[in-house]
Design a protein around this ligand. Structure first.
Ligand SMILES: Nc1nc2c(ncn2[C@@H]2O[C@H](COP(=O)(O)OP(=O)(O)OP(=O)(O)O)[C@@H](O)[C@H]2O)c(=O)[nH]1
Ligand SMILES: [Mg+2]
Length: 191
């Protein structure tokens, strides 16, 4: 698959997604600052398609991007951003969980973006648990692999893979586009 068209459709704050075209969703979750928006930018090949900021906590809405007119990439707000109020953090988690448990439009797959250098955090583990309980297809994307030297990268990847057991872990860099072909292939398989 070649991504030739990417359109921003809407940003959704509440629980009503209001998108009724029945196109499949592929959803991106992860800690704030892990690079969800950057990964989407690298996939669509446009640097500033989704806003990325130096400060985490930029994405506050679930943003729906229609790709090739045939499916959605959904960029969710990151969880665990410490500078947000507890109330706001809870709201975000609640919204994500609602989507994963009750939304009529179940995502075809969930890509969990982690910072390869940081590895899996407690919140990522909680997220994986919810995803598994709700029988979602999961792929872990170990992003920012460019920040690690080769041996450190291998070490981190194998420790993430060991913990993730059967869940696939992809190495990725939104900066260099490493892993882009594999990620697009994975997405394609879920559609
Ligand atoms: N070196 C490097 N930096 C990256 C990579 N991906 C993202 N970044 C940087 O990490 C920061 C956060 O990226 P975002 O894409 O905004 O992260 P996010 O997960 O969407 O964050 P929230 O919207 O806060 O949830 C930005 O400064 C990016 O430039 C990568 O693969 N390599
Ligand atoms: Mg973002």
């Amino acid at each position: 698959m070649k991504i030739s068209r990417a359109e921003f459709v809407k940003g959704v704050v509440g629980d009503d997604y209001g998108i009724k075209d029945n196109l499949p969703h592929i959803s991106f979750f992860g800690r704030s600052n892990a690079g969800k928006s950057s990964v989407i930018n690298s996939l669509v090949g446009q640097k500033n398609f989704v806003k990325v900021s130096k400060r985490p906590g930029k994405t506050r809405e679930a943003n729906f991007f229609r790709i090739n007119g045939s499916f959605y990439l959904v960029d969710f707000p990151g969880y665990g951003y410490a500078k947000r109020s507890i109330l706001e953090r809870n709201k975000i988690i609640k919204r994500i969980f609602w989507y994963l448990e009750f939304s009529k439009t179940r995502p075809k797959a969930v890509f969990l973006i982690v910072d390869a250098k940081v590895g899996l955090t407690a919140l990522d583990r909680a997220m994986i648990k919810i995803l598994e309980e709700n029988k979602h297809q999961i792929v872990i994307v170990a992003n920012k692999i460019d920040k690690l030297a080769k041996s450190a990268a291998e070490k981190q990847l194998s420790s993430i893979q060991k913990e993730a057991r059967d869940t696939p872990v992809l190495r990725y860099s939104a900066k260099t586009n490493e892993g882009k072909e594999e990620l697009i292939k994975k997405i394609e398989r879920f559609l």
